[in-house]
Design a binder for this molecule. Sequence first.
Ligand SMILES: [Zn+2]
Length: 258
Amino acid sequence: MNRCPECDSKEQGKEFQISVEPVPGSPWNDVLKAVSCSECGHLIPAHIWEHWNGLSHKQAKIEWTEKYRAKALSTPNEDVDYVDESGRPIDPKSIDLDAATFADEYGRPCHKNGELIMNFVSEFAAIEIGENLLRAGKLSDVVTHCTRYLEIYNVPEFWRLLGVAHGSLGDPTSARFSFLSALSLDSSDAISLGNYVTACFDLGDKKSALESLERFFNQTSDAGKQIILDALFEAIKSGLVTRKDLPPAIQILLREVK
Ligand SMILES: [Zn+2]
């Protein structure tokens, strides 16, 4: 019989695989599977919810209350998403929070109080965190995050995020360096080329902008070329460069598309 030992609900609950680091003496150490009650929201160890080994509902209620619920935190931090190892949400009311894995709203690993943990996550997860931070406008955090991860993953994505953040923070010199670093790792990266050229124009460095166009423009995809042409249109409109300054092949393209 499946039944919630907290609120007696017989509704179907949602099942979670949970993964926690062992905490000395915590009964939750051995819980691998748990069910989240759709009525009261508590996360209940599966063996109690499902009354394994002929456990009566009365016994289940006692074991739940005395052994497991006592170890749960009653006032979870609302700023923290509580997730299992696969990133699925866990109801914090019912789990031993000293043992669970947490992430803040941007995906950064943190303690239950939201304090960041300096463990490194995978390259893929770290890029996603950088994008989340940028989307939220946390520019200084993007700089800190990407600078830190570039020490272990020297990939263009972090340089590109860093460049956008520096540019938005009003630091075109750092932005230019970041976009050039991205380009040196991926010469077909049109977004970085467009941004690099713009940063050069902003700094009055027409020569570097034109050199990079000569060198990289033809390596970008058609969609990429359009991104760069758009950036050049903006620069022309702002009076940072004239059409005549640009390489002849690009002048022709500009005439064709607009
Ligand atoms: Zn319940």
